[in-house]
Write a protein that binds this ligand. Structure first.
Ligand code: PLP
Length: 437
């Protein structure tokens, strides 16, 4: 087995820490194995670090790289369009073409605005919801991630030994110091995937609720599918009480298909957020929605702005991503097939080596955790998993050239191949065997 060492990354990290806080540009990049790493290049399904180590990359940069690394047609389209300029403080044709494409592909996308990332698009949707309903509160769910800004930076972790609190009145902890005190008063939070609790909560707070926001698949913790009928119930209740139903498709968008999770499940929200895979790694996101809601922005009642919004390279990246995905009639079939092949292989290996690894997710994204539960349905289940064991699993895979996200998440891209999946399964077999002894 090739020995993976990380000496050059370590040196660079020491240098970086003198000028970059903790040596990184995003909190999540701190948690790599054995420490934050530096990469030199990526190509297709592979990424290479500065120590010359090669990895089959199942992190896909936390999701965006639906085409894999450095897709030549994508890079060509971006370069060509960037030659015309980078940013006009004005409109350009490709921006309209992109909006027309999203309007054609995504069920609820009657009107939209482009932003830079998922976090700010989420905040825009909440502002629209408040403006239209005249109410202040939003309902969200334990373990769902909607970005790093104050009013959504709660309910993402839980100090060991602390009670989770009642299901209808959870104990909630801030994810960060420095959050505005008022931010905790902006939302109600409950466990996900519990229809009865959802109904009780919405009925109780209906006069104060502007919005319900959900990940359609709970990708950020456990990769949990909604129970049958759950999203439909959410749709029905929000419609009944004129509350905005916001689907956060930052991960599911362009990952579960061109129409997102709303197309996959056949449930149409009032507004939705697209980011990550939409721009294949370039900073573009969209808040899309039904005209009746998005008119809050169209009429100027709600202000949405941003100097850098819809720059030439980012719009070209999104248009190119859609063009490339649409030109391959079987791309999603392949992504799902490879994801399911990986999932089935992992389940078999788990049995072979008598481990308690649970594999969940629809295929384009999967989650591996170590738990004695047969299935996890919500964040409270996720918290019972053995984090230490997962850490060992992820590190041992990494040392064999298989890179997955530290919390156990795997992403498949259009560049992932059968042999990538087979190589990953060989490595997993070795690791599970080693962990047994
Ligand atoms: N919503 C979801 C579901 C996400 O997974 C993320 C990021 O991981 C965000 C929102 C925030 O997006 P961004 O990191 O682009 O600000």
């Amino acid at each position: 087995m090739q020995e993976y060492t990380y000496l050059k990354s370590k040196e660079l990290l020491e240098r970086a820490c003198k000028v970059l806080a903790a040596g990184v540009s995003s909190e999540f990049r701190k948690y790599n194995h054995p420490h934050a790493l530096f990469y030199s290049h990526g190509k297709g399904s592979r990424i290479y670090d500065v120590d010359g180590n090669e990895y089959i990359d199942f992190t896909l940069s936390q999701g965006p790289l639906i085409l894999g690394h450095s897709h030549p047609a994508l890079l060509g389209d971006i370069a060509n369009y960037s030659e015309m300029g980078q940013l006009y403080a004005g409109q350009h044709i490709q921006e309209v073409e992109l909006a027309e494409a999203l309007n054609r592909l995504i069920p609820c996308a009657e009107l939209m605005r482009f932003c830079l990332d998922g976090s700010e698009a989420v905040q825009t949707a909440l502002r629209v919801a408040r403006s239209k309903t005249g109410r202040q509160l939003f309902l969200r769910f334990e373990g769902h991630y909607h970005g790093w800004l104050d009013n959504v930076a709660y309910g993402l972790g839980h100090p060991q030994g602390e009670s989770m609190g009642e299901r209808n009145d959870p104990q909630v902890f801030p994810w960060s110091a420095g959050l505005a005190d008022n931010s905790r008063r902006e939302f109600i939070i409950i466990p996900w995937n519990d229809e009865k609790l959802l109904e009780q909560t919405i009925v109780k707070y209906k006069d104060d609720l502007a919005a319900v926001i959900t990940e359609p698949v709970m990708c950020n913790n456990g990769c949990i599918m909604p129970r049958p009928g759950y999203l439909e119930k959410m749709r029905g209740l929000t419609r009944q009480f004129d509350i905005a139903f916001i689907m956060d498709e930052v991960i599911t968008g362009f990952r579960m298909g061109l129409s997102g999770a709303q197309g996959y499940f056949g449930v149409e929200p009032d507004m939705a957020i697209f980011a990550k895979a939409m721009g294949s790694g370039y900073p573009i996101s969209a808040i899309v929605g039904k005209k009746s809601w998005m008119d809050e922005i169209a009429t100027g009642r709600v202000i949405h702005a941003g100097t850098m919004n819809a720059s030439n390279p980012t719009v070209a990246a999104a248009l190119s991503t859609i063009r490339i995905l649409e030109s391959d009639a079987h791309v999603y079939e392949r992504i799902f097939r490879l994801g399911l092949k990986l999932k089935e292989g992992l389940i078999v290996l788990n049995k072979t080596y008598g481990q308690n690894m649970l594999v969940q997710g629809p295929g384009p994204m999967l989650n591996t955790s170590f738990t004695d539960l047969k299935e996890v349905y919500e964040f409270r289940d996720v918290l019972q998993a053995d984090k230490r064991k997962l850490g060992v699993f992820v590190a041992k895979l990494h040392d064999r050239g298989i890179r997955i996200i530290g919390r156990g998440l795997w992403y498949i891209s259009a560049a992932t191949t059968d042999s990538d999946v087979e190589a990953a399964l060989v490595a997993v077999g070795e690791v599970l065997k080693e962990m047994k002894t």
